[in-house]
Design a protein around this ligand. Structure first.
Ligand SMILES: O=C(OCc1ccccc1)c1cn[nH]c1
Length: 225
């Protein structure tokens, strides 16, 4: 997979060099390109925003720099993702689906957002998805993009050492994960549930499933609808 990121804070993504994805990049599993939106401006002040038509507070990102930046990296197979509070929910299912794509482009908006014509025009040349990480507002798309890149990247075969662990985590089967324990068997007066020490794998699997259902009912009943 190749991932390109367009942002006015390219240095923000230098952490991707050292994280889990750093190894994936060394091994060629993931190609990463980081593009400074200001490199696609032509005025002395490298302007990327302007006041909104129709009035209102804040600034809107100008379409021209975005058009040139995306022209320089877009191919028909690309999926262009714009993190946005007004986007569709990004879930584990979305991460799973996007992890099989050959090329993802993350367009990190700031201010009040990007001129809508950038979304409309880009949608005539590739698949575009405005995606939300949750019902809250950040100052820009960079943090959301980082989270999506990690959620997607770890699902790419070969990136995670132990693919089995991907099967048993929260949301992989639509439920929250069961509680986990490790040595010592007793810690500060608290014991590990005896079934986990029983060696009875059938009982352990049944207990874990029940824990998943109980937790999901208690903490995230919406997942059971
Ligand atoms: O704030 C977010 O994206 C940054 C952004 C993009 C465009 C305009 C304002 C802010 C966000 C919240 N949930 N998921 C994403």
């Amino acid at each position: 997979m190749r991932i390109d990121i367009v942002t006015i804070f390219p240095e923000f993504f230098s952490v991707l060099d050292v994280s889990l994805l750093g190894k994936a990049r060394e091994s060629g599993l993931i190609g990463l390109g980081i593009h400074d939106l200001r490199d696609f401006t032509h005025d002395r002040h490298r302007t990327v925003d302007d006041t909104p038509y129709g009035g209102g507070a804040g600034m809107v990102m100008k379409p021209e720099p975005w058009g040139e930046a995306l022209d320089s990296i877009l191919v028909p197979e690309s999926v262009v993702i714009f993190p946005s509070p007004a986007g569709e929910p990004f879930t584990q299912a979305t991460a799973q689906e996007l992890s099989t794509e050959p090329h993802l482009i993350f367009g990190c908006g700031r201010y009040e957002g990007i001129d809508e014509r950038v979304v409309d025009y880009t949608a005539t040349r590739a698949r575009v998805r405005c995606m939300s990480m949750g019902d809250y507002v950040l100052n820009g798309g960079e943090v959301a993009a980082m989270a999506m890149i990690e959620a997607i990247g770890r699902l790419i075969p070969g990136v995670i050492g132990n693919p089995q662990s991907l099967l048993e985590e929260s949301h992989s089967d639509g439920l929250l994960e069961y509680p986990s324990y490790t040595k010592p068997a007793e810690w500060r007066g608290l014991e590990v549930p005896p079934v986990l020490l029983s060696g009875n794998h059938g009982a352990i699997a049944a207990w874990r499933r029940e824990q998943q259902l109980e937790r999901t009912r208690r903490i995230r009943p919406d997942l059971l609808d």
